[in-house]
Design a protein around this ligand. Sequence first.
Ligand code: GLY
Length: 350
Amino acid sequence: MESLQSIQGVSLTHNMMEDLARMTAPWPEGKIFVIFDENTFHHCWPLVRGFRPLNENRFVILKSGEANKSIDQVIRAWELLGTNEIDRSSMIINIGGGMLTDLGGFLASTIKRGVAFINIPTTLLAMVDASVGGKSGFNFRGLKNEIGVIREPQHVFIHLPFLRTLAPQEVLSGFAEMLKAGLIADRNLWNDLKGFDPEAWDEVRLSDLVWRSVLVKKRIVDADLHETGLRKALNFGHTIGHALESEALRRGNPVPHGYAVAWGMVFEAHLSGLRLGLSDGAIREITDVVNKFYGPVPAELIDSDLLISWMRSDKKNSDNQLNFTLLGDIGTCRVNCIATEEEIRSLLSR
Ligand code: GLY
């Protein structure tokens, strides 16, 4: 591989076309299918399309947007893939953000009981989180990623130039998952992220920070792909974050995933103080960094009853218990921490 950085299953590449040509060489042209959404077909495919000639009959262009992460799109794509004679020796290339790599991974994992697939994430969130680790699926009955499977891609190619067209809000949304990676497992990464300005666009520094964040995620999923224990570390900030995200969506005023996670990390840092003795200094530091990048949590989202009921419907929680990953210190965490409803209420009313 000519990549800048590479480990088993993931590369950070500045030679996207060469690396992709090499990786897909064993598959004849007629066996390769490409899944995009409308945006990535127009904005990202031009950066890749020269890697080898492909038959455009085998392109599947999905509708973009979280509302389209649905069974209807899955059925439409299954039909297109079937009509164009996908078989078990085919290869699917998914090009897009987290919604697309989640849907494309699900399609690849289910059609013909599973074909090989490559993820090419085009948003920061997908690069550092969604495209790595094999979680895939779609939303159902109003619940995010309610139906899905865990099955890893053959490879993930991370190519920073895709990010140049993203809105600053989208970059910041992915940046929150990088902050999380530092907080749960790598204090040096956290320290370097704290002083970084994602909007200043220093691609060399950003690629180093992206790669170190991916290494945190990959190390965790390699140890616990099916989330029986350690992988829950990646849920730091997400128990409350998902509830905030769902509540914002219900109010018709959605917030980007990463913003909700960042605000969730502040609440869960406070809970870490209560439960694991995370120091006041560390809690203040986390709060200041999140405020600097994301501002304070919108007051209208803080409705304890509603947030607790969202948490109860989250698949992270079972047996009527609310499950958290909490920090013992910056850079170390503990999974399966249970908090009572009273503790969460007191946290939300601070
Ligand atoms: N996004 C969290 C995980 O992949 O487990």
